[in-house]
Design a protein around this ligand. Structure first.
Ligand SMILES: [Zn+2]
Ligand SMILES: [Zn+2]
Length: 346
């Protein structure tokens, strides 16, 4: 077993390094043993999965192909319907797909589901642990008042509850004896300057809201956002986060702005963005300002059949330059969308 233990007032937190300790059931060996013990002793377990649905994507092990949505540049995710039949869905435009029995590219049979969602965890618990009374709470099982009511009634009798971040705050009068947080670092790979803060806040909410035994499983257990959330040391997290933002010139040490452009024709999108980029460079030089700027595709390159590209501007004070550019370069009339206080760079 490979974990670090943090003892806090009403709870013990076990931070498991999943690179060192993964059992056959897909859980860490610590969580695996804990779930079996709790089930034996008829105690309550809560498992927090990082994603809803069954699997986040399919991948062909032979050729590396990942089926994507016809209209959006994201992998098709897979969910179980109420009859436990698997179907594909695009999380952006909601188009439905049939699961792929063979790879659409190489026709091979080694196309498999990856990325464990709450429904997959439910299946694992039934298969590997023989758990019977499982309640799953995610944005689909809880998308109406009536469904939420039904779930609340079912919670006290459940042996195991599987939930997404919807359960970061516990329902009233419900207190599990053990909580397992899966993939605590899931948000860290998002290329956004706020991702550390979001992961820290999300994990802290869970850890601070529950008591008893909390097992946090992570592939990046040494990352400050994970360790500080477990230890409850907000000051240390703030200190490292400030240093990171200062080093990279992110807010509050600089101002950011994002100019977004969308077009159904990819070539037209490129030409238009490149033209504006050149104009902005020219204006920057002419005004004697030294705004840092770069053009980059956003995290999702195509949505609803439209290609998207960003120009990111970064400097201590970019507002006067933006106002000038907005007017002189007729950005509004040319369908550029400006976010002057971007919450995120993706
Ligand atoms: Zn789509
Ligand atoms: Zn293939």
């Amino acid at each position: 077993m490979n974990y670090e233990r943090f003892d806090r007032e009403d709870k013990k937190i076990f931070l498991v390094d999943m690179r060192q300790d993964k059992s056959a059931s897909g859980f860490s060996s610590l969580a695996d043993a804990g779930i079996r013990k709790m089930l034996n002793e008829k105690k309550k377990v809560l498992i927090i999965a990082s994603k809803k649905g069954f699997a986040s994507w399919m991948l062909c092990d032979d050729c590396g192909f990942i089926p994507k949505c016809d209209h959006c540049d994201i992998p098709i995710a897979f969910h179980n319907d109420p009859q436990k039949q698997l179907y594909g869905i695009c999380h952006i435009c909601k188009k439905h797909y049939q699961p792929f029995p063979t790879c659409p590219k190489c026709s091979g049979f080694n196309i498999k589901l990856y990325g464990t969602g709450a429904q997959k965890v439910e299946t694992l618990l039934e298969k590997e642990f023989g758990a019977k009374n499982i309640v799953t709470v995610d944005s689909e099982s809880a998308n109406s008042q009536a469904k939420v009511k039904k779930l609340q009634l079912a919670l006290p009798d459940a042996d195991i509850v599987v939930g997404t971040s919807l359960l970061a705050t516990p329902p009233a009068d419900w207190k599990p004896d053990m909580v397992v947080v899966m993939n605590a670092d899931a948000g860290l790979h998002i290329p956004d300057y706020k991702s550390h803060e979001k992961v820290f806040t999300g994990l802290s909410t869970i850890v601070n809201n529950y008591s008893n035994n909390i097992i946090v499983q992570s592939y990046k257990s040494d990352h400050p956002s994970i360790r500080c959330a477990c230890s409850g040391n907000m000051d240390e997290f703030t200190k490292t986060e400030k240093a990171f933002r200062k080093d990279h010139g992110y807010p509050p040490y600089a101002q950011l702005a994002v100019i977004l452009y969308k077009n159904e024709i990819e070539q037209k999108m490129f030409t238009t963005v490149n033209k504006l980029y050149q104009e902005l460079l020219f204006l920057n030089e002419k005004n004697g300002s030294s705004i840092e700027m770069y053009a980059t595709p956003p995290l999702v390159y195509k949505m609803y059949d439209k290609y998207r590209y960003n120009i990111v501007l970064k400097w201590e004070n970019i507002r006067p330059f933006l106002d000038d550019a907005f007017e002189k370069l007729n950005m509004f009339g040319r369908w550029f969308k400006i976010d002057r206080m971007p919450e995120s760079l993706v």
